[in-house]
Each structure stands twice: as structure tokens, then as C-alpha cells.
Design a binder for this molecule. Structure first.
Ligand code: FUB
Length: 555
């Protein structure tokens, strides 16, 4: 009997706690419910409906509904009416789940989860704002700008690649910040939201400092209460973290949608040494990923992107790593190219052999986006095969592959010396001797073959820092006629690794530069795309590198 009374009173207590919590719930986005006009519905019933901006979109991971802000400038505009709520808050709580991918740089300013402000350029007009930041795990409020902030701050970025529940509570002048139910920072804060009034700009994922980075992350279940939640209420709210983490495993395997916004083409991670493939009217870009402190090549994996219109791109799950080749060592996902033959996709890569020299391997897949596996089980080209031209250990890199009109396949590659060899139909064995091409002035590396009309073109990186030069021939076996410079040194990068393809009637020049702010450089490079124009006389116009990139291709 006593036990029953206890259970009933516990259930009643929980009910009262829940209803009182709901009474205090002033704004709630479950990221599932939308209004008939497509706004994100405020589930609290208070009408603070919000609008998706730029690349932000609603998505779901299994049963979880999330807001995906994309990797560039997506955000959620909670509307001016939300300023009335801000103005009325005294004791309050903000609670949400947040996820920031490992590839997103949090080292620059911004990455705000939430902002309420009176301007979108606080640095110049100092009109006051409050925010929750993922960059330094902080809540801050100021009547002017960052020089007069009162903050509750951990001082380092949120853990990336993990879902977490973040809650800020304010009770009187006591501010507390909780991550996954644990209080991680607290401070006295006696600037109350009403001090910044009915804020006009109320955003999720965008900073009121106009030069700042957007958050570029995922959110689930966003709430504002007009009371400070208790530790027990916070724990109850934050129970879904492990469920979200589990659902994310599958979600991480989905293609990631990216919207091109000029050059560099991809800004959520560093990408280098692009190779392009056009297959079934889809444009694929294969590249190596640059990571690290920018002091040397550190390339743990290759990446693959696809697009049907050169505006909406999808990044597919990591398709290949050097560690997929049992004979390779270290983070050497160096330049590579994919080609299709008889329904199979062959990926020729440069990487580091266990002997310490660079070498060329081949991976194969039934799909252009992988997964790829080592096609041979050993390297195709090793350093001992090419000592006739140079003794350096890094000459066997940068493969480019070509299948000629008669079906004969060729592999070209090299650094310092440019080599080529015939391949057997199986694409994984050489068919004859390795030959050296002598007639390529200033050859450094990165050969690429393309053909237009009767002309074969061999473009390559020349000099160092590299420009792209090119030669042409009426035969894939040469002799090659040197034609001069095709592209100048690409901004802020010593290397400039090109790929040239035709897509839906237009030729494109894909390369990399070091222009991604602010850490970009010779070892943190970014893929770019511009137009390539052939002249009637078989010469090619010099490439004009642009920040605008290329136009979307509409069918
Ligand atoms: O990314 C490593 C090496 O740098 C490539 O193999 C070369 O083409 C140069 O871009």
C-alpha cells in the first residue's frame, strides 16, 4: 500500500513539474513542425515562428528532427517579434542540442549558436547583443560591444564531432552554463536581456558581428524558458544525447549538400589536387584533404564531391584513405585521378610506400563515389622502376590516366621527370616499358591529359611556385609541342594542380589555391573552378582565375 502511495505521489510530482516547466516554455522549435507557409513552427504556442535562411534546411536523422545550417552561411531568423520575448526575460534558460563537425574551423570569431541584437554590425555601431557561442562555450551579454561584455565562459570550443546538450540558465544575477547536464562555468551577470530591449535581429547560427563565421552546425530541440531550469529539469531535457549520437552514425554516411558560392569551391574543409571526372552527366571532383597546422603536407584521406549543375554539390562519405593500401604508410593522400572502364571506376593515387619513397597504387569500385578497395594488393609503380631519369624518392606521384580512342589505356605521372606507360585492359598492370617525355620545359609535376578535336593536350605544373603550362600533340605518344603558360601561380599556394574536363558543352579548369581565410596556404589548399577556352587554332586561352567561380549549369 505504502509503495503504491509513493509511486502515485512521484507520478503527480513529475506531472506538476512538467506542467510548470511547460508553462514557462516561451519558445520551442522541434524542427519538425512547419507552418503552411513553410516557417518553422514555435511549438510553445506563442507564435515566434522562424524562417530558414540561405543554405539552412530541416532534416532528420532516423527519428530525430534537426536543423542543418550547412557549412557556409545558413541560419534561422526567429523574427523581430522574438525581441518582445527577449525584452521580457529576467530569470530564463536557453537549451538546445548542438553538433559541429570536426572539419569546421572554430578558430576564428563567430560560430554563435544564438544571438539577440539590435544590429548586424555590432562592431561598428555598438548597439548591444546577447549570444551563446560554440567557439568558446560561452553566454555573453553587452549593452554595447565585446569590450563591455559580461560573460559565463569556458573559453574553449565545444567538442567537435559530438552531439551535446547545452543549457544556459540565469537566476537573479547568477549565470550558469551546463554541457550535458554538468555545470561547466558560472558567473555573476547583472545585465539583463531587457537592457538591450526588444531586439530586432534574433538568429540561430549567425553572429551580430558582420565579419564573423556562421555556426555551420546541426541543432535539435531549441527552447527558451522564462525561468531558470533546475539541475533535474536540465538532466531530463538532455537525455537524448546518446540517441542523437547513435542516429548520427548513419547520418554521417549521407551525402552532404553544399552550395557553391564562388571560389574556393568548398569552404568547410581544405581540399587539394583536384581530379575531375564527368560520368552520366554528373561532374565528380576527387581531391586529397589537407589538415593540420599548415606547416607541411598532412593528408589523411581522399574526398569525393558530385554535382549535376556545378551549384549544388554533394560530398560523399570518405571513399579512400592511404591506410586502405596495406603497403602504404602515413598521411600521404597525394594527387590522384579516377577513370571509368567497363562499369568499374579505377582510382590511381600517389602515396607513400613502406620503403619511404612515393609510389602509385590503384583502387577500384563499382561506383564513382566508392567505397574503393586496393585493386592489386601492392603498388603499381615504385621508385626502383624509374631510376633511369632521377634518383629522387618523390618522382612517382601525380598519376593521370587516359583511355585513347582505340581503347588503349595510358598512365602518365611524375615529379621532375614526366613518365608514361601503357596499361593492360585490366587497368592494373603495365603493358610495356616506362617511357620518359623529354619535351616538357620546366616540368615540375601534375600532368593531365585531355583531348579536343584532333589535339591531345598535356598540361602540367611548371616551375616552383607552380604555374600551369601546356603542350599539345596529334598523338598520345607525342612529340609534344610546348605551348606556354596556361595558368599563373594560384593565390597563396606554391602548388597549382589542375584538372581539365568538358561538362555539358563547356570546358572547365579545376585547380587549387591557398585562399581560404584565414589559415589557407600551400599546405591548407582549396579546390577552385574556372572556365577554360580553346581557340580555333588549337591553342588554349590563359585561364582567368576568379573569386566568382562558374555559373550554375541549367539543362
Ligand atoms: O598534395 C601533395 C602534392 O602537392 C601533390 O601530389 C602535388 O601535385 C602537389 O600539389
Amino acid at each position: 500500500m505504502k509503495k503504491r502511495v509513493f509511486i502515485v505521489s512521484m507520478a503527480m510530482l513529475m506531472f506538476f513539474q512538467l506542467t510548470s516547466q511547460n508553462r514557462n516554455l516561451k519558445l520551442h522549435y522541434d524542427f519538425k513542425s512547419v507552418t503552411p507557409s513553410g516557417e518553422i513552427l514555435d511549438m510553445s504556442g506563442n507564435g515566434f515562428n522562424a524562417e530558414l535562411k540561405n543554405e539552412a534546411f530541416l532534416d532528420h536523422m532516423g527519428d530525430y528532427h534537426i536543423l542543418n545550417l550547412g557549412f557556409h552561411n545558413g541560419y534561422l531568423d526567429m523574427g523581430e517579434k522574438t525581441g518582445e520575448l527577449v525584452n521580457s526575460l529576467k530569470d530564463f534558460s536557453v537549451a538546445t542540442y548542438v553538433y559541429v563537425d570536426e572539419g569546421v574551423s572554430l578558430s576564428l570569431h563567430g560560430s554563435f549558436i544564438l544571438t539577440f541584437s539590435n544590429s548586424t554590425d555590432i562592431r561598428s555601431d555598438g548597439n548591444g547583443c546577447m549570444f551563446l557561442s560554440a567557439r568558446d562555450q560561452a553566454y555573453a551579454i553587452t549593452k554595447t560591444d565585446n569590450r563591455a561584455e559580461q560573460a559565463v565562459r569556458v573559453g574553449e570550443p565545444v567538442q567537435q564531432g559530438a552531439w551535446m546538450h547545452i543549457v544556459y540558465t540565469q537566476e537573479g544575477n547568477q549565470g550558469n552554463l551546463f554541457i550535458d547536464g554538468k555545470m561547466v562555468a558560472s558567473n555573476t551577470v547583472d545585465i539583463f536581456p531587457s537592457a538591450i530591449g526588444k531586439t530586432k535581429f534574433n538568429f540561430i547560427g549567425r553572429s551580430p558581428y558582420k565579419e564573423d563565421n556562421y555556426l555551420r552546425g546541426l541543432l535539435a530541440d531549441f527552447r527558451i524558458y522564462d525561468k531558470a531550469l533546475t539541475a533535474r529539469e536540465i538532466n531530463r531535457l538532455g537525455r537524448e544525447t546518446s540517441g542523437l549520437a547513435e542516429a548520427h552514425v548513419e547520418y554521417a554516411q549521407r551525402p552532404i549538400r553544399l552550395i557553391a558560392n564562388g571560389n574556393p569551391l568548398f569552404s568547410h574543409k581544405y581540399t587539394a589536387d583536384p581530379a575531375a571526372l564527368v560520368h552520366d552527366d554528373v561532374f565528380y571532383i576527387y581531391a586529397g584533404q589537407d589538415v593540420g597546422d599548415g606547416r607541411g603536407y598532412n593528408m589523411p584521406n581522399w574526398v569525393v564531391f558530385s554535382s549535376e549543375d556545378l551549384e549544388t554539390w554533394y560530398e560523399h562519405p570518405i571513399p579512400l584513405r592511404p591506410s586502405d593500401f596495406s603497403w602504404a604508410r602515413g598521411n600521404y593522400a597525394w594527387a590522384a585521378q579516377v577513370i571509368e572502364r567497363d562499369g568499374k571506376f579505377y582510382w590511381y593515387v600517389s602515396t607513400q610506400h613502406y620503403t619511404g619513397a612515393r609510389a602509385i597504387g590503384v583502387a577500384v569500385s563499382d561506383s564513382p563515389t566508392g567505397p574503393f578497395v586496393d585493386a592489386i594488393g601492392s603498388a603499381l609503380i615504385t621508385n626502383d622502376m624509374t631510376t633511369h631519369c632521377t634518383n629522387i624518392t618523390w618522382d612517382d606521384i601525380d598519376p593521370t590516366v587516359w583511355i585513347d580512342d582505340d581503347g588503349q589505356a595510358y598512365l602518365f605521372w611524375g615529379n621532375t621527370c614526366c613518365y608514361y606507360v601503357k596499361l593492360k585492359d585490366n587497368m592494373i598492370e603495365m603493358d610495356g616499358d616506362i617511357m620518359t617525355i623529354e619535351d616538357l620545359p620546366h616540368f615540375t609535376e601534375a600532368p593531365w591529359i585531355h583531348k579536343k578535336n584532333d589535339w591531345y593536350y598535356l598540361s602540367y605544373a611548371a616551375w616552383f611556385p607552380e604555374k600551369t603550362a601546356y603542350a599539345r600533340s596529334k598523338s598520345i605518344n607525342g612529340p609534344w609541342e610546348y605551348m606556354g603558360i596556361l595558368n599563373e601561380v594560384a593565390g597563396n599556394s606554391n602548388t597549382n594542380h589542375q584538372a581539365i574536363v568538358e561538362f555539358k558543352g563547356q570546358w572547365y579548369f579545376v585547380y587549387h589555391n591557398g585562399a581560404l581565410p584565414t589559415q589557407g596556404g600551400s599546405y591548407l589548399r582549396s579546390v577552385c573552378i574556372d572556365y577554360l577556352h580553346h581557340n580555333e587554332d588549337g591553342s588554349i586561352q590563359r585561364v582567368i582565375m576568379t573569386t566568382e567561380g562558374v555559373n550554375p549549369v541549367r539543362d
